[in-house]
Write a protein that binds this ligand. Structure first.
Ligand SMILES: *Cc1c(COP(=O)(O)O)cnc(C)c1O
Length: 397
């Protein structure tokens, strides 16, 4: 007679199949069972036709991937353990020794660090281009260029490039165009179909950590394509590098994704209100928000995002030259609702001071290389309360 411990592990009970509820079922697995050896041998782990091993996908990860691909207008999606891991996955899938990757001068900083670190160790070089000058990108694409990164709006300085022109420069030379679409989140514009033209980038990554999560409590990334051949290359590298995602985090994403459009609009509305208010303040020399007239790349934003009129909840300000870096630090320390912290997309407003002189390459940047810049990520607090907090901190300057 079998002992109860064995029976409880190999239990005959299976719950009825037709359970229906607002959230999809959550499946946890490293091991996945096969009905017989033939099924085990026949299974192709590279497709979504079935299951092989937790790392290659579960009903839960497939569901999130399909929803994210729909949001961005792609056909294939892979999850990565963080936004940065999604960037690294693109590099590892498509670059080999001797290749060159081009980055905008205002690229997400850790992408540059990946280039000067691991990619340089593997004999892959990189160069920076001026994102506001498509001719500069076209001139820098060489025989060795394999991959070009784009970002709209750019990190910290928030310039909005002419994405269709940058992507066209890549297409003309047959190099891969990859977009870090964390700012747009699949809502502000369609990364694979700019203005309904049918043309866009080849690959779009997102830090799901930001607006898709919306909680400031999850790290995850996505890599989306609408090219089966590119997806296969990504899937192979994804498997070889073992890029797994925790099911609890996937569950959190499935829970927050349905409200992303509402949250994005709320962040955007408050951010624009506060950005406009700050642009009238005598302490502020410039507000960098792509939806504000006079901001760098505003016309490009209007052309690409005019139809949705969406612009995320991020902006930066340049303080008037009469304020020292220490005074700007004091401003940041004086804020009470805004917390000091990296990342964005959650309910709590955040602030980070940056020394812009350390972040831009004087050879390519159009940015004047001095001064302290402060970036705000606007959360979901009441905008009037946030404005009052800014006002009292400006008084502390
Ligand atoms: C946050 C961020 C990333 C990286 O996301 P993590 O999940 O923190 O690794 C990549 N690109 C941009 C533009 C980001 O803001």
């Amino acid at each position: 007679m079998r002992k109860p411990i064995t029976d409880l592990i190999h239990h005959p009970y299976t719950p009825p199949a037709n359970f229906a509820a607002p959230q999809p079922g959550i499946y946890k697995a490293s091991t996945v069972f096969f009905a017989d050896v033939a099924a085990m041998r026949a299974r192709d782990w590279k497709t979504k036709a079935g299951y092989t091993y937790g790392l290659h996908g579960t009903p839960t990860t497939f569901t999130l991937e399909e929803r994210l691909a729909t949001l961005e207008g792609g056909t294939e999606c892979l999850l990565a353990p963080s936004g940065l891991a999604a960037i690294a996955l693109v590099a590892f899938a498509f670059l080999k020794t001797g290749d060159e990757v081009l980055l905008p001068d205002n690229a997400y900083g850790p992408n540059k660090a990946l280039c000067t670190g691991e990619l340089a160790h593997f004999g892959i070089t990189h160069r920076l281009y001026d994102p506001m000058n498509p001719a500069d990108l076209a001139a820098k694409i060489s025989e060795r260029t394999r991959l070009v990164w784009m970002e709209a709006a750019g990190s910290v300085t928030m310039e909005f490039p002419d994405l269709p022109a940058l992507a066209a420069a890549c297409r003309a030379r047959g190099v891969l165009a990859a977009l870090d679409n964390t700012w747009g989140a699949g809502l502000a514009f369609a990364p694979f179909d700019f203005n309904g033209s049918g043309q866009g980038v080849d690959i779009s990554i997102q830090a799901l950590t930001k607006y898709p999560s919306g909680g400031g409590d999850v790290l995850m990334g996505s890599v989306i394509t609408r090219d089966e051949r590119l997806h296969r290359a990504l899937k192979l590298s994804h498997m070889r590098m073992g890029f797994g995602t925790g099911v609890g985090d996937v569950e959190a994403l499935l829970r927050s994704l349905p409200s992303i459009a509402l949250r994005y609009e709320a962040h955007d509305r408050s951010a624009r209100e506060l950005a406009r208010w700050l642009s009238d303040r005598p302490e502020i020399a410039q507000v960098l928000h792509p939806a504000l007239e006079g901001a760098p790349g505003h016309a490009n934003w209007l052309r690409l995002c005019g139809a949705t009129d969406l612009a995320a909840g991020l902006f930066s300000v340049v303080f008037d030259g009469r304020y020292s870096a220490a005074q700007v630090d004091r401003f940041c320390d004086s804020l009470t609702l805004f917390r000091l912290g990296y990342s964005w997309g959650g309910p709590i407003s955040l602030v980070v001071p940056y020394d812009i002189g350390l972040m831009r390459d004087p050879e390519v940047s159009h940015w004047p290389h001095k001064g302290t810049l402060v970036r705000f990520s606007i959360g979901l607090e009441d905008a009037e309360d946030l404005r009052a907090d800014l006002e009292q901190a400006l008084a502390a300057l």
